[in-house]
Design a protein around this ligand. Sequence first.
Ligand code: GTP
Length: 357
Amino acid sequence: MKAVLLVGGEGTRLRPLTCNTPKAMVPVLNRPFLEHVLCHLKNNDVDTVILALGHLFKGVVEYFGDGSKVGIRVIYSVEDQPLGTAGPVKLAARHLDGRFLVLNGDIFSPFDLKNMVRYHTHLGSTATIALTPVENPSAYGVVEMDAQNRVQRFVEKPKPGEARSNMINAGTYVLEPKVLDLIPEQSKVMFEHNVFPTLLSSREPVFGYDTHGYWIDIGTPEKYLQLNLDLLNRQAEAKSTIGKGTVIHRTAHITGPVVIGDNCEVGSGVRLVGPVVLGADCRVGAGSILRETVIWPNSCIGDSCSVQGSVIADNSRLGDRVRAEGRCFISDHVEIDSGVCLDPGARLWPGTHQQSQ
Ligand code: GTP
């Protein structure tokens, strides 16, 4: 089966982490997010993935090449200008033959896609939309269905009381080829606003499929951090992973699940309180504490720092005694002088030099 993966968005809400890194390539447990998604597709009988790219596409192509690294065939379809969610699928149509999948490329939801395809086929559906329940649907597209799960109505970002359901569009679709006929060439078109409502008004069978289980979109830094912590907590029973060439001082203390990349240096008296992810070639100076934190490769934390509930992207440098506690999101190539205490929620952009007052 073939799948189109939408990975061409700008990821503005995930800034400053996505200023120089495409959303698809942000590291999750030290592997690009997209690699996790491709592995899931491979395990669900998808043999070919068409990556619909636009913004910052080169890094994706360089890393995945023809896909042999993950054991799946990868084809690239690159847009000159953003075509939304459905426009890129039309652009990729020449690579498709028969029933296919479309997935938003920023969602982690390891549910059984094979079962969803069986459900779609069994019902004779034209379009089947994966659904997930949320407590507060006000930021999402709600899908209302009848008792047989046939979709009746879409309510985009409903106000309180406006929607009769808390099931939202989970960003994965099984589609029949005739859906492609509804998408104009080279136009910005959205499944959510254009294609699916048109299918409903022409009385085509559109069904919802409850994915039951973990679902998160990594649209914001908070959710990106959450995914890393959740995945590590889930494997809490498993042994922590320490990369090749990494040196951990005998007085350093590690508790909880951690993933440490290759060639890192963890100094004396350091406390890593997992979940913690440390990318390759990082250094953590003596006496520092890292808790519930993700550090990307090639960054350096000085002595006696405290980094908690935060993310530091690649090639950043923290001096000694720096405090970044509580949802601090520090981009790549940032320098922070010794003694700086960041306000909770601080966001530092690439190239920032944060000086002490
Ligand atoms: P924000 O700028 O933060 O809203 O992020 P985004 O641009 O990624 O948009 P959104 O979260 O709405 O997109 C959902 C999925 O569709 C993501 O995987 C995006 O990469 C993808 N996407 C959004 N717009 C486009 C587009 O114009 N072309 C392609 N190929 N993919 C897109």
